[in-house]
Design a binder for this molecule. Structure first.
Ligand code: WQD
Length: 337
């Protein structure tokens, strides 16, 4: 029962590999380290005490990826590999469309060739666009405002069309909200390249002294304190949601989208306050202008995942802040020694 994990050395991928190994799955990881580091693989083995197979492969390279399918009896695929920076995608759309779409097409064609028709896809709440009102349900119309989000929406459409052509496939489209936090060990966590785009890694870098202060992108939204409201979910809860989705696709032949969120929205200042309390660190901040493309409020209705996957988030915003800080303070330079 081998599970192939593309992008398994990444932030969410590595946490998911830990949970797969803890559940005694045989795991095969492919990653090209374009947004991760080899050190992660050692940390996963350290945390779990278990081994897994790794290939340093870019999924765009069909012949290299084919060797993986030939060497292993793959029962299902969890597909994380892809670029994910919203701002970068606006600057470099062709790089995003080629990497994310072509990589998925190469993967899906090899899955078809080797009769592997079960996939869990790493999608994103960003496909709900700016016109839907939270709490968000999976049946809402999709739209996107940046090339990164559009690749996610296009891949969902590609997989939908594959299912229509061959209903013996089983496909789970997991729409993540805002993953934060880290494994309780503090040995794996979020390690963004350069200046963090996302809120929590920026906060932790301020707390550890790498950044002067947090810039809060606007406090004039129609929210309780004027700052943006999001559905933050602990990355370990998210990883466990993937295990439930793998169980589902192994047992069924269908295509379903699922929101992986807590169903609760927290503002930027809520997160800052919760982090300061959990870490006992001060996080100075400045209120500046809104960031282009941001929406006021975005949070999930996670009912479908609860009813159909038997999954719901269990960890609190305090747990998320505590574990984010534990990772950052123990690894001030991420995975760089
Ligand atoms: C959260 C809130 C910001 C940074 C993005 C992608 C989404 C997914 C998750 C990949 C917002 C505010 C942030 C900062 C701030 N990524 N903020 N100062 O934009 O909700 O979602 O990441 O799948 O696709 O769109 O997450 O963490 O960037 O922002 O004030 O330095 O924090 O305005 O309200 P976002 P985020």
């Amino acid at each position: 029962m081998a599970i192939l994990v593309t992008g398994g050395a990444g932030y969410i991928g590595s946490h998911t590999v830990v949970e797969l190994l803890n559940a005694d799955y045989e795991v095969v990881v492919v990653d090209d380290f374009s947004n991760s580091k080899p050190e992660v693989l050692k940390r996963i083995k350290e945390i779990t005490g278990k081994d897994f197979t790794f290939y340093n492969v870019n999924i765009l390279h069909e012949h290299e990826l084919a060797t993986v399918f030939r060497a292993h009896q793959i029962d299902a695929v969890i597909h994380f590999a892809g670029y994910k920076a919203v701002g970068e995608s606006v600057e470099k759309p062709l790089m995003y469309y080629h990497n994310n779409l072509t990589g998925t097409l190469v993967l899906a064609q090899l899955m078809q060739e080797y009769d592997v028709k079960k996939i869990v896809f790493s999608s994103s709440a960003t496909v709900y666009g700016m016109n839907n009102v939270s709490p968000l349900t999976e049946d809402l119309p999709l739209s996107t405002t940046n090339p990164y989000g559009t690749t996610k929406m296009m891949i969902e459409q590609i997989l939908q069309d594959v299912y229509v052509s061959d209903p013996t496939w089983s496909i789970a489209l997991l729409r993540y909200f805002n993953p934060i936090g880290a494994h309780e060990s503090g040995r794996i966590g979020e390690d963004p390249n350069g200046i963090p785009n996302n809120l929590m890694p920026y906060i932790t870098q301020v707390a550890v002294g790498k950044r002067e202060a947090l810039n809060v992108f606007g406090d004039d939204y129609d929210t309780p304190d004027g700052t943006g409201v999001r559905d933050y979910i602990h990355v370990v809860d998210l990883a466990k949601g993937h295990l439930k989705a793998v169980e589902k696709v192994l047992q069924t032949k269908e295509i379903q989208a699922y929101n992986l969120g807590t169903g609760h929205g927290y503002s930027v200042l809520d997160v800052v306050n919760a982090f300061e309390k959990a870490s006992d660190q001060n996080v100075p901040y400045n209120i500046i202008e809104r960031r282009a493309g941001d929406i006021a409020t975005c949070y999930a209705d996670p009912t479908k995942a609860k009813n159909e996957l038997g999954w719901q988030a269990a960890l609190s915003i305090e747990d998320m802040c505590r574990d984010s800080w534990n990772w950052q303070k123990n690894n001030p330079n991420g995975y760089e020694e």
